[in-house]
Write a protein that binds this ligand. Structure first.
Ligand code: KG4
Ligand code: ZN
Length: 399
């Protein structure tokens, strides 16, 4: 099945085109035909976080160029006239009535290029920022009308899980890939700007929540601490750089930050207190030396890693998990990756760890196309009229 994946849940506009066949864990394989992304992060820097209306505007501007790039890579960008195209464009005017700028770009595209060879569109419907999600959904609806292909809705978090099972293979265009052999139960630690959750799958693509953050997501904590240290948004990579430098040169300056909820007998997390503790340190140490900033970044990263690793290891033991996935933007963090690699080895557990390469731990559309394929293989197509953005979409009903 040739499937186009569309992702606009946050501040990345991404589209991928894959060819996939077979069933999970037996004969499944896929080829990446195209994979394109425009990051908006520079547009949000001044707000210190993702600003929904800016995200919506940027997705409107970026979707058609990203679509063209993905199709071009997949040799599916074919110039040519389509009969009665003006009538077709008229028919999607209502669908894109809230995205007038996107309608103009899409109209221009449809007047110049033919329908590509695709059979299905997978689009992220949640979780995420609703104004941003709606742009992708309405774009998917418009393309589905014009090209007469069905739509399959995708949960962004499931995308992160499925993508992780690729392991650390480098993704190149037009190459055949398989997912790694995955033994169940599968435990997923999903850590991003909006999420921090531990989810168990005893069956493929069926989820149970074990725990989640009670306040800030871990990526949000990275971003807020970065801001306190005067670093730009998104802060994760900057903290990581400072912390690595401090580790290399041994700066610790006897700073201690708490390990919130480490010893509590549950799988929940809390990061807001950690941010408050950093803010107190920053107040007390003005003006801050570079050495102090590095020491704080290092201790913050250590505190986060300690809590994430300890709770995840406990869940592995309790549920006898055979596979561990760590994914979401924060799993790009080198120190956290290393801690998980060391701990799964040290524990001598029979668990296989999958962390996607940094390029694919952050948001992308390949993960949406992949998860969409498995949902489409189950025929989970949705009527265009009933597609909705669900900002707080869950992986399981019982959250
Ligand atoms: O999954 P993602 O790309 O977007 C969603 O939130 O869905 O995650 C973005 C988050 C941001 O908070 C960013 O600061 C964090 O991931 N992040 C990192 C690193 N790279 C990105 N956090 C820590 N270390 C990193 N290297
Ligand atoms: Zn994400």
């Amino acid at each position: 099945m040739r499937i186009l994946g569309i992702e606009t849940s946050c501040d990345d506009t991404a589209i991928a085109l894959i060819d996939a066949a077979g069933e999970f864990d037996s004969d499944f394989s896929f080829r990446v035909l195209g994979n394109a992304l425009i990051s908006q992060s520079s547009k949000h820097t001044e707000f210190g976080g993702v600003y929904p209306n800016v995200a919506k505007r940027e997705h409107q501007r970026n979707l058609v160029p990203v679509l063209m790039e993905a199709l071009r890579q997949g040799k599916q960008l074919v110039e040519g006239k389509t009969p009665a195209i003006e009538k077709t464009i008229e028919s999607i005017r209502m669908t894109l009535s809230r995205e007038p700028e996107l309608l103009v770009f899409l109209g221009g595209f449809l007047r110049s290029y033919r329908k590509p060879e695709i059979e299905c569109i997978a689009v992220t419907v949640g979780p995420g920022l609703e104004p941003a999600l709606w742009v992708g959904i309405n774009f998917a609806k418009a393309l589905s009308i014009v090209w007469n292909v069905p739509i399959v809705p995708v949960n962004h978090m499931e995308g992160h899980v499925v993508m992780s099972l690729l392991g650390d293979q480098r993704v190149a265009l037009a190459t055949n890939y398989k997912l790694q052999a995955t033994r169940l139960p599968l435990l997923s630690l999903l850590i991003s700007g909006g999420h921090t959750e531990l989810v168990l799958s005893r069956k493929w693509m069926v989820y149970e929540y074990l725990g989640r953050t009670r306040d800030d997501a871990v990526g949000e904590a990275f971003d807020k601490v970065a801001r306190l240290l005067g670093l730009p948004y998104p802060g994760g990579p900057h903290i990581s750089r400072l912390a690595a430098h401090a580790r290399k040169y041994g700066h610790s300056m006897s700073i201690f930050l708490p390990r919130p909820m480490l010893h509590e007998n549950n799988y929940d997390f809390s990061f807001a207190g950690l941010k408050t503790a950093v803010s107190r340190l920053v107040e007390k140490n003005q003006p801050m030396s570079e050495e102090m900033k590095g020491a704080i970044a290092r201790e913050f990263e250590d505190a986060v890693a300690d809590v994430l690793v300890a709770k995840t290891m406990r869940a592995i033991e309790e549920y006898n998990a055979q596979t561990l996935v760590v994914s979401g933007g924060v799993s790009a963090n080198t120190h956290i990756r290393n801690q998980f690699e060391n701990s799964t080895k040290d524990y001598g557990l029979a668990v296989t760890l999958f962390i996607p390469p940094p390029q694919f731990s952050t948001d992308n559309a390949l993960m949406i196309a992949l998860a969409g394929y498995f949902r489409a293989a189950n025929e989970e197509f949705t009527e265009r009229e009933s597609l909705r953005a669900k900002g707080d979409l869950k992986l399981a009903e019982k959250a």
